[in-house]
Design a protein around this ligand. Structure first.
Ligand SMILES: [Ca+2]
Ligand SMILES: [Ca+2]
Length: 204
């Protein structure tokens, strides 16, 4: 039993939570489709980025990178109705910067103990470490997901403005993953076309 589970079990004993509803992170699972391995998710602080269902595989081809988690309690039983606010995404290197509740799951867990991330995230920053983490109550569910994230908010201050244009301008004709917004392996007009509509975007 993990320390956190032990604490939650004590809370449950005190009537503050139901033991049946406490996830055991080591038993929970997280997965993506094999086709989505290495895909890039384009995020904007105001949520105008692409949904995970329309992520970009290496080469720029659209791919469904839906993330699915299944929550189970220490007894191995499915947890139904677990709140979406306690399920969120981070990157292991901290490169993904989220707005408040900007990377939470789309819905509470369903009758199969499952929920997904499909809607666009509200976030900025970038990470090409392919180490996206789904967390339950702040504890990572393994394994890390081989997904990358980039954003017109290149510097991760959760506003898209002139300061974010600099790295894009510098990479034109060369390459930098953080500004390859369509993940096609080149920095050109197609990336500028994704940047321009996001100028001025901030968290909701
Ligand atoms: Ca910025
Ligand atoms: Ca590109």
């Amino acid at each position: 039993m993990t320390r956190m589970t032990a604490i939650l079990t004590l809370l449950a004993a005190a009537g503050m939570a139901s033991a049946a509803d406490i996830p055991e992170p080591d038993l929970c699972t997280v997965e993506i489709d094999a086709l989505a391995i290495g895909a890039s998710i384009f995020v904007v602080p105001d949520g105008s980025g692409t949904p995970l269902t329309a992520a970009s595989a290496p080469g720029g081809v659209e791919v469904d990178a839906t993330i699915t988690v299944t929550l189970v309690n220490p007894a191995g039983e499915l947890i139904v109705g677990y709140p979406a606010e306690d399920l969120w995404l981070e990157t292991a290197d901290g490169g993904l910067v989220a707005c408040p509740d900007g990377t939470t799951a789309d819905a509470p867990t369903d009758e199969n103990g499952q929920t997904v991330w499909q809607q666009p995230l509200h976030a900025g920053g970038w990470s090409d470490a392919e180490s996206l983490l789904a967390l339950v109550a702040g504890v990572p569910i393994h394994p890390e997901l081989p997904l990358r994230v980039n954003s017109p908010d290149v510097n991760g201050d959760l506003e898209v403005n002139l300061s974010d244009i600099v790295p894009l301008a510098q990479a034109l004709g060369g390459y930098a993953y953080e500004v390859d917004f369509n993940h096609d392996g080149a920095i050109n007009l197609s990336d500028i076309a994704r940047f321009v509509p996001a100028i001025g975007a901030a968290c909701p």
